[in-house]
Structure formats: structure tokens, C-alpha cells
Design a binder for this molecule. Sequence first.
Ligand code: 0O2
Ligand code: 0O2
Length: 202
Amino acid sequence: MNWEAILAPYKQVIEELKVKLKGMRSQFEFESSHSPIEFVTARVKPVHSIIEKAEIRNISMDNIEREIQDIAGVRVVCQFVDDIYTIVGLLHDRNDFTIIEEKDYIAKKKTSGYRSYHMIIEYPVETIHGRKMVLAEIQIRTLAMNFWATNEHSLKYKYEGNLPAEVQSRLKRAAEAAFKLDEEMSKIRSEIQEAQRIFHRK
Ligand code: 0O2
Ligand code: 0O2
């Protein structure tokens, strides 16, 4: 398979989405209001991960682009839980892509303790061979959720997916602590924002 050719449109999609989301952040900053976006990262799934996921899920190579929805992945990280829903609302109002699926793992966390809001979108990308519809996954989460997910991901990698029970239960407790942190920060949100506005002006 010519992976470079297959992945080229995905690379373009994540670059375009990064520009658009970072543009939203700048607009909030120009208007000197609180930006619901702290930072944006993106990646094209590495070929070995695509192949591995296809094998585990019994997906034939012909169906990879339809069945693996996170070949293009964009992550939006926010300060507060409410910011996540502000972004979700803003993404709903756009007409440069179609939202085809949404999963709210904040309202309903995964058994691992994972929390985030996921959106699968269909994004039209212009190539020299015409327009191509490409699927992409947008993950929206707070800094605390991101901290947890990053650490849990590293541990899963280390233990090749088989986390010892003790580590699993520690991670579940850590997930609850991260959520508690989000709740506490939300309660003093207006004070934090006031402080950040003063700092920004200086
Ligand atoms: P800014 O304006 O400094 O935030 P790029 O193509 O270089 O724009 P790339 O290669 O995708 O982006 O980089 P990466 O590693 O995905 O990170 C994207 C942006 O997220 C970078 O900012 C990082 O500084 C920022 N970032 C990553 N992790 C954290 C974090 O834990 N906290 C904060 N505050 N930012 C983080 P840029 O793109 O340089 O732009
Ligand atoms: P990567 O690139 O290693 O992150 P579904 O088919 O709907 O049942 P699917 O397709 O896995 O499930 O979608 P889901 O559950 O929405 O998760 C997709 C991505 O969300 C994962 O990508 C992870 O990035 C992230 N994610 C989901 N659950 C967890 C979790 O328990 N811990 C962490 N750290 N991340 C999670 P991949 O494919 O695992 O790949």
C-alpha cells in the first residue's frame, strides 16, 4: 500500500483544522474575552497504529478509510468543563464540515475513567484530483482530563494494554480526582478569569 499517498489528504485535513481552531482562539483573544481554547494539537495516526487497529477489529485494508475514524485526529484542550460545550456549540454552527457522530464521555465516562467529548466529522478536502471527503476525530477535553489521559495512555503502552488491577484502580481514583479538580476550578472560574484578564493587560 502506498501509505504516503493515502495519508496525504489526512495530513492536509489536520493542518486546515488546526488553522481554523487556532483562528477561533485568536478571535477570542482579540475580543479580549476568555478563550474556551487553551491549545490545539493534531496528528495523523502512525501507519503501524492503523494496521494494528485494523487487525484487532478485523477491518480489511479496503475499508480502512471508512472504518477507522481517527486517522486524522485533532485535540482541543480547554481550561474549564463549560468551555468544552462552548466549543461543541461553535462547531455545530459551522458549515465547512458535517458532524456525523458525537460521544459525550464527560456525561458518561468510560469504564477506564476516561473523560472527553468526541466528534467524528466528515471534512471535504480539495486535492489535485478533486474533492475528497475525509473522516476526522475531534477530541475536546480539559487540561485535567488531558493530564489523566496522557498518563493512562503511557501506562497502557508500557503494559501493552494489560494494566495490573492495582494500577487500574489507582487510575480510576486519579480520574475522579481530576474530575474533582475540574469541579473545584469551575467554582472559582470567575476569579481565575479576572486574574488572567489583569495579567493579560499588563
Ligand atoms: P502556541 O501559539 O504556542 O500555542 P504546530 O504545527 O507546530 O503548530 P504541532 O507540530 O502539532 O503544532 O505541535 P504539537 O506538539 O501538537 O503542539 C501544538 C500546540 O500545543 C503547541 O503550540 C504546543 O506548545 C501546545 N501544547 C502542547 N502541549 C501543551 C500543554 O500541555 N500546555 C499548553 N499550554 N500547550 C501545549 P504552538 O502550535 O506552538 O502554538
Ligand atoms: P490512539 O491514537 O492511541 O489514541 P468505538 O469503536 O466507538 O467503540 P473507538 O473507535 O475506539 O470506539 O472510539 P472511542 O472510544 O471514542 O475512542 C477513540 C479514541 O479516544 C482513542 O483512540 C483514544 O485516543 C481515546 N480514548 C478512548 N478511550 C480511552 C481511554 O480509556 N484512555 C485513553 N487514554 N484514551 C482513550 P485510539 O484508537 O485508542 O488510539
